[in-house]
Design a binder for this molecule. Structure first.
Ligand SMILES: [Zn+2]
Ligand SMILES: [Zn+2]
Ligand SMILES: [Zn+2]
Length: 175
């Protein structure tokens, strides 16, 4: 992901979170909010036990140290509201920072960089509708769709090219 104003991502996601929770008649408790904030730290996916470790290091005032069920319940809540997504292939979670469509339950396409771990999300709106229609055609009821692409992000590719060039210059190889 290019350099960008990440504070904007954080502000927007937290605004969405409050808005969506109110609309759904659900409560964004301090612990649920803390889990979301941990995931909003950057655009990398974090596993439940790493989230737990961070929460245990700085537990909220007036609360006992959180245990795994607390984290899993918070993750389930945030997943249900479409505020975070799970990277199934690595059993970890990332905060959704894209513009939420009218129907907040969108199909997320995750583009995951193998080198730096950044997850870029794009909403698969039209494509996903096609899938649902196809499933309808043979009476299949889709619960969820998982779209994960693995590869190298633009920033890492640039770095690779630069490192490659430096290596070539060092050995006197010209391409
Ligand atoms: Zn950001
Ligand atoms: Zn999303
Ligand atoms: Zn990368």
């Amino acid at each position: 992901m290019d350099s960008h104003n990440h504070n904007q991502c954080i502000t927007k996601c937290l605004q969405d979170a409050h808005h969506i929770a109110v609309q759904a008649g659900k409560k964004l408790t301090p612990q649920r909010l803390q889990v979301l904030q941990i995931l909003l730290n950057d655009h990398r996916a974090v596993g439940a036990y790493d989230i737990l470790a961070i929460m245990q290091r700085k537990p909220l005032e007036d609360r006992t140290k959180p245990q795994p069920p607390t984290v899993y319940r918070a993750l389930e809540f945030l997943l249900e509201l479409g505020l975070i997504h799970k990277v199934e292939s690595q059993n970890s979670y990332y905060a959704c920072t894209i513009d939420k469509p009218e129907n907040r339950q969108h199909v997320a396409q995750a583009f995951i960089c193998n080198l730096c771990g950044i997850v870029e999300e794009k909403a698969a709106l039209a494509g996903a509708q096609g899938l649902y229609k196809k499933a309808d055609g043979f009476g299949f009821k889709i619960d969820r769709v998982i779209m994960e692409c693995r590869g190298t992000c633009a920033v890492c590719q640039t770095e690779q090219r630069q490192t490659g060039q430096r290596a070539n210059t060092a050995t006197g190889v010209n391409i």
